[in-house]
Design a protein around this ligand. Structure first.
Ligand SMILES: CC(C)(COP(=O)(O)OP(=O)(O)OC[C@H]1O[C@@H](n2cnc3c(N)ncnc32)[C@H](O)[C@@H]1OP(=O)(O)O)[C@@H](O)C(=O)NCCC(=O)NCCS
Length: 174
């Protein structure tokens, strides 16, 4: 069956939080329990300004998810990214920015255009001037995916506290 995209509000996102975290576990190849430890992070995002979410459903089964919101100073991710950008880039890219928080597709359905459809639907819902996100700063499928969709590198080799991985901040003019 071809997955169907559905725009979700914060209540639907909250009600399907376990499924969202399971999709994350599958896509990022981490254990289910590691993914579920992120529940508090997801819960904290539910009240963020401008929250938008799009689900990909195969029947009732969640097979892909994309969500984001308008970030603001005082938020952990936003503050780290702002500091890494410096004032000039931050003024240009964070003045009115939609932060893409999660975009994941279950592996058997990757490479079929679903991620692109989710991202287009998600960004189509915001009136922000720019979109920003972080992704591991490595030669991954996600990097190619975003580059092909027009995203540009804004910051390389960003480190978040407590995470040994290197991240890239990417931006897209909307
Ligand atoms: C990144 C991800 C969301 C992309 O979704 P997807 O459904 O697999 O991607 P799509 O099929 O929509 O691909 C769109 C474009 O991405 C690129 N792409 C997709 N798969 C690719 C691959 N295996 N190698 C290189 N480029 C690829 C291509 O540019 C493709 O365009 P094309 O179909 O015209 O060639 C998905 O692969 C995923 O969940 N990956 C693991 C989790 C992750 O890294 N999430 C992002 C974290 S920031």
């Amino acid at each position: 069956m071809t997955p169907v995209l559905a725009i979700w509000d914060r209540h639907q996102l909250a009600a399907r939080a376990d499924d969202v975290l399971d999709v994350y576990a599958d896509a990022m190849q981490v254990t289910r329990s590691a993914a579920r430890s992120r529940r508090s992070v997801l819960s904290a995002h539910l009240d963020r300004e401008g929250l938008k979410a799009v689900a990909a459903l195969d029947g009732d089964r969640l097979v892909g998810i994309a969500y984001g919101y308008q970030g603001a100073p005082g938020q952990w991710w936003h503050d780290h990214v702002r500091a890494a950008m410096g004032p000039r880039l931050a003024k240009e890219w964070l003045r009115d920015a939609f932060e893409v928080c999660e975009l994941h597709v279950r592996p058997p359905l990757q490479g079929l255009g679903l991620g692109r459809d989710l991202l287009v639907q998600l960004l189509g819902q915001t009136r922000a001037l720019t979109a920003v996100l972080t992704t591991p700063d490595a030669d991954t499928r996600a990097r190619t995916f975003y580059r092909d969709a027009g995203w540009v590198d804004l910051v390389r080799d960003l480190r978040f506290p407590g995470d040994p991985r290197s991240f890239a901040v990417l931006g897209l003019e909307l």
